[in-house]
Design a protein around this ligand. Structure first.
Ligand SMILES: [Zn+2]
Ligand SMILES: [Zn+2]
Length: 306
């Protein structure tokens, strides 16, 4: 793969004309693994990992969409034309649209967390092309690892299916490399989480998933405002409103409710909290899980805006 070419998506489209998309996608993933599993991952490695991962996302998600129906890869399927499809002369759907169509039309199993990671990576890619990579490297690395893991499973579940395509030897050798890489990136994330265990201990009711890196390492600070909450995995600092907005916008129909402890309309349901086995309500004034709120949520009047 030619590293000098920074326009990975254009690169992906050109390659599609010559290589089968599945092989092409696996090829990008091998490059991602090469960059992320070096002994000393530098900014340049992260940059190419993100560019090639985004290229792989585009190729693989669109390949699955086009197997369902070729019009689905158009930004507006109502305006699709077979001639323009064959010529590759059309505006194709965004990653966000592709994920939405795969979930609602094709019926692919893509969780909310995976959807967030895929869309966040598309945002990384755009930021990187315009401003360079300014984000925390640990967050980018963890997110890239999660997307890589998702794509690896997506290829097996959705694209290598005896009824819709055939795998050949070279592809399976490439996928073995990807598989090994996924495991070693996973090992990196687990190792870092293990190191943090001591710092997280005792704060489980205040520990939620971090929107940036996805790890269960964002500690809601206990003291009264003004304060900032910090993720111990990627070290990102959050203002209260930022975390609340993230949770209110990521799930449709999500609202703020009155907290039974402090009466503030700062309670959001359905969060992953380290102390709970099931999604739970968290109050962003009490800054912790409020398990007893589960009982009253059903009858509580909701507040729509933040
Ligand atoms: Zn984080
Ligand atoms: Zn409260």
């Amino acid at each position: 793969m030619e590293e000098a070419d920074t326009n990975a998506s254009r690169d992906a489209r050109q390659h599609e004309l010559h290589f089968p998309p599945l092989r092409n996608g696996a090829d990008y993933l091998v490059s991602v693994v090469d960059h992320l599993t070096k002994d000393d991952v530098g900014p340049r490695d992260l940059k190419y990992a993100v560019l090639h991962l985004q290229a792989a996302i585009e190729v693989l998600l669109k390949e699955r969409l086009s197997r369902e129906h070729w019009t689905l890869v158009f930004s507006d399927p109502g305006q699709a034309s077979l001639r323009r499809f064959h010529e590759g002369d059309f505006e194709s759907c965004t990653t966000k649209q592709a994920v939405q169509r795969l979930r609602s039309i094709v019926g692919c199993d893509i969780t909310d967390d995976e959807r967030s990671a895929l869309i966040a990576l598309a945002t990384d890619r755009n930021a990187l092309q315009h401003y360079g990579l300014t984000q925390n490297a640990h967050a980018v690395e963890a997110r890239a690892g999660r997307v890589l893991d998702f794509l690896y499973r997506f290829i097996h579940a959705e694209l290598i299916n005896p009824t819709i395509g055939t795998a050949d030897e070279r592809l399976s050798a490439e996928l073995n490399l990807v598989s090994r890489g996924v495991r070693s990136i996973d090992a990196f994330v687990k190792q870092r989480m293990r190191r943090l265990r001591g710092d997280l201990k005792g704060r489980e009711p205040r520990t939620i998933d971090c929107p940036a890196c996805g790890q269960s390492a964002l500690i809601l600070a206990a003291s009264r405002p003004p304060l900032q909450h910090q993720c111990l995995f990627c070290e990102k600092l959050y203002a209260r409103a930022e975390i609340m907005r993230f949770h209110l916008t990521r799930t449709e129909g999500q609202v703020r409710r009155a907290c039974p402890r402090c009466q503030d309309h700062a309670l959001i349901d359905g969060l992953h909290v380290a102390s709970e086995t099931a999604p739970a309500p968290v109050c962003f004034t009490c800054n912790c899980v409020v398990p007893e709120a589960r009982d009253v949520l059903a009858n509580d009047p909701a507040v729509q805006d933040i």
